[in-house]
Design a protein around this ligand. Structure first.
Ligand code: UT7
Length: 333
């Protein structure tokens, strides 16, 4: 029997309607379009404004987009993973509510949290279930409502983050397409540089913490930036080297969109032609777990069967890594 590999066979996406532009941010904090554009590459981001709607709202919309595009029966889905750093609630997984809402009655579901690397790690997990031969359809959704934990008076974070979701379907492949190799790492020493301190089990939320804004995300941007640049690039280069891939072999770099300068630095270390680098940070900012599937959705029409995609991500924790995946289909668009 031929070896089973885990291929992405469909993509869906959703971003909320409200557009928070750099010009609007200029009226909220001491910043300006020129600084944000030159330091991050971001022009605007989407925000889910509706009261009472959480990450599951975004995840459900992205999954429904995928289901509508492919016509798959949700009852055939075996597993739903929601990769997210902003679950709807502390207890009761976002993935379970999402799975039920899309009609995935026969699926089991769970959340996966690894900050901005959640979706990358999720690809690894989804692939293992498929490769086991036991599961045929695994829906991996990356979704984050970052606006729920951002202080819109803190210019170090509010200019970067946005809300959104993307979904991919993993299915078995026997033509050696799909996930080929992965290099995933983590380092808890990074925790102090990017965290939302209050609201978890170490420091439950208190009125004082809320008054001080210690439930919001805090980051030491410079330290995170330095680590992101070196570790994401190291991981991507490691994946190239150990798979004997030259820069000509790479069709696309699919890199986490935290800062355009981080993506450019990774591409430059790989010596890649800039037109092989997927980029949409200008429109969405950093959507945490959603950046990679949103890139796939935006570039889906350009992807061809057999294309070599190198994924790379870096996030809080720290968490990071790179994945080599062969694209499995030609777009119908
Ligand atoms: O997804 C993983 C998580 N996050 C990341 O990967 C983010 C990584 N970090 C970054 O992207 C960057 O560090 C930031 C975009 C957050 C900041 O850019 P930077 O180039 O590292 O700026 P900085 O913090 O070193 O600040 C440079 C200057 C400072 O002014 P002075 O001291 O030189 O006078 C800041 O006060 O820019 C100032 N500044 C701003 N000015 C206008 C910082 N933030 C802003 C702002 N608007 N929003």
């Amino acid at each position: 029997m031929s070896k089973i590999s885990a291929a992405i066979t469909a993509v869906g996406a959703y971003v909320p309607d409200y557009v928070l532009t750099n010009q609007i941010l200029e009226t909220m904090v001491d910043t300006n379009d020129e600084w944000i554009t030159s330091r991050t590459g971001i022009k605007e981001r989407r925000i889910l404004k509706d009261v009472g709607k959480g990450t599951s709202f975004l995840a459900i919309k992205a999954a429904q987009d995928l289901i509508n595009k492919t016509g798959i029966n949700p009852k055939d889905i075996d597993l739903v993973i929601v990769a997210t750093a902003t679950p709807d609630m502390k207890a009761a997984a976002t993935a379970v509510f999402t799975a039920t809402s899309i009609g995935a009655k026969n699926a089991f579901a769970f959340d996966l949290e690894a900050a901005c690397s959640s979706f990358l790690y999720g690809m690894s997990v989804a692939a293992r279930y498929i490769e086991s031969g036991k599961y045929k359809k695994v829906l991996l959704i990356g979704a984050d409502k970052n606006s729920s934990m951002i202080n819109y008076e803190d210019r170090a974070t509010c200019i970067i983050f946005g809300d959104g979701a993307g979904a991919v379907l993993f299915e078995p492949n026997t033509d050696n397409l799909g996930l080929q190799d992965e290099y995933l790492r983590s380092d808890g020493a990074g925790r102090e540089f990017l965290q939302a301190t209050y609201g978890g089990s170490s420091f439950p939320i208190t009125p004082e913490a809320v008054a001080d804004g210690r439930h919001y995300v805090f980051q030491d941007g410079k330290t995170v930036f330095k680590n992101a640049v070196s570790r994401m690039a190291d991981a991507a280069v490691e994946i190239l080297d150990r798979n004997n891939l030259t820069k000509q072999d790479v069709s696309w770099l699919v890199a986490h969109q935290a800062n355009k300068r981080i993506v450019d630095a990774t591409a430059s270390r790989m010596d890649l032609d800039p037109n092989k680098v997927m980029m949409n940070i200008q429109r969405y900012g950093n959507t945490t777990s959603a950046t990679l599937p949103l890139l796939l959705s935006d570039y889906e029409s350009l992807l061809k069967k057999g294309d070599n995609l190198i994924f790379a991500a870096f996030g809080g924790g720290f968490t990071w890594g790179s994945i080599y995946l062969k694209w499995a289909y030609n777009s119908k668009n």
